[in-house]
Design a protein around this ligand. Sequence first.
Ligand code: GLU
Length: 488
Amino acid sequence: MASHRPVRVRFAPSPTGMLHLGGARTALFNWAFARREGGTFLLRVEDTDTERNSEESLRSILDCLRWLGLDWDEGPEAGGDVGPYFQSERGEFYAQSIARGVEEGWLYRCFATAEDLEQQREHARAAKKNWRFDPTSRGLSQEDSDARAAAGDSFVLRFRVPDHEEIGIDDHIRGRVVFQSEEVEDWVAVRSDGNPTYNFVCALDDAAMSISHVIRGEEHLVNTPKQILVYRALGEPEPSYAHVPLILGQDGKKLSKRTGDTALGDYIAKGYLPQAMFNFLGLLGFSIDDATDVFTPEELIAAFDLKRINKSGAIFDQDRLHWICGEYLRSMSVRDLAQAVLPHLQQAGFLNCAMDSAKTAWLEQLVAAFQPRLTLLSELPAQAAAFFGEVPTPEGKAAKALAAEQAPVLLSAVADALEGANDWPPQDVMAIAKPIAEAQGVGLGKLMQPMRVALTGSLGGPELKDILALLGREQSLARLRSAVPKVS
Ligand code: GLU
């Protein structure tokens, strides 16, 4: 293990789509490890798939990382000494490495056609063996190989996997994992169009960028022996590895769109708080200790240890995420919460951009009233719709409460009593309501329920006193008076 080397880790996204939760967690673990070890966290953009790359995807990945609070020391927009940090700009370096590989013989031309290979694979299958290489190409002399290339025959460059070599890794999470070189085929390092493949450029770049620890998803474990062989061919020190287990859905299968949103951007759009998402991702396969569910980035860094990452898959638990989100929302100051929720209210068309101090004060009052029952920022517009426009038409139990026989009398009596109150909202709404309910011979609930529905269209929501304060005297009285005829 190369633990004496300066710690340099990387996150290497391919900008071909959205940043998924698995990728975000890989980035987070790399970041936390670098920060814990006082090392360097770099971002390398693996944009060699020109057909699927997009500028939009790259921008969204960078935005997502920033949203989570993950900053990188080297990479796009940050610069650094071992760039370029876009693989699409490293062609010259790859060309030199390819020339070196051909010259030193660890890369060789393979002229086999797809049909040749299929036939060979078929034979290997029949003999219950692994297909490893095309014997004709592997054994070709340099002159013959040069002659066929000069004649314009199409070829790929394969990596010459040595025989009888043990390829072992001391994985920080999984312990010792050993591959025999016989299990690894002579894989394609450079395609017939001259483009190098992922395994080749990834290892070249990790070596050139002095990556000390490769922390990535366990789906890449199959690639690791191939990449280690590149290090050995180059004579470069091998990094140490940590293959992070998959994120699984509640059904125990790989997390997929079927079981919930998988793209981080979807969570951002739905109003999950970045601190909560950071915390939640940090708990996917890792724990500070057996008791701590809520922690700050600093606490995660202080406790971060690759050895504490679980070997088994991490279950994505939506309820836990919501619980964590609620915890963060409730711990926020009203001012911060009002700011965080503002874009969601604007998006719903409830508020415009111009917020004067009176509006801001009212918004903070609204946010304070809803804070105890909020889990997501994006829930607020629906929950608080009654405070931004007409009373939503009551449904179900709420409609029933308003349609109760005594409701009209109770509501008009309470409206009269409230109208006579000196202050707004009245100090003690209960003291006003109680005698009215008693006079009608009903329990207090029979008055409170239609009152809530008349004011907001629903039975839930903030304290009655807060509702009256937010609506103001005029609006509250108008709603109490108009509710009954509206539904009858
Ligand atoms: N570009 C690869 C991916 O997105 C990186 C894999 C690695 O970390 O080596 O899966």
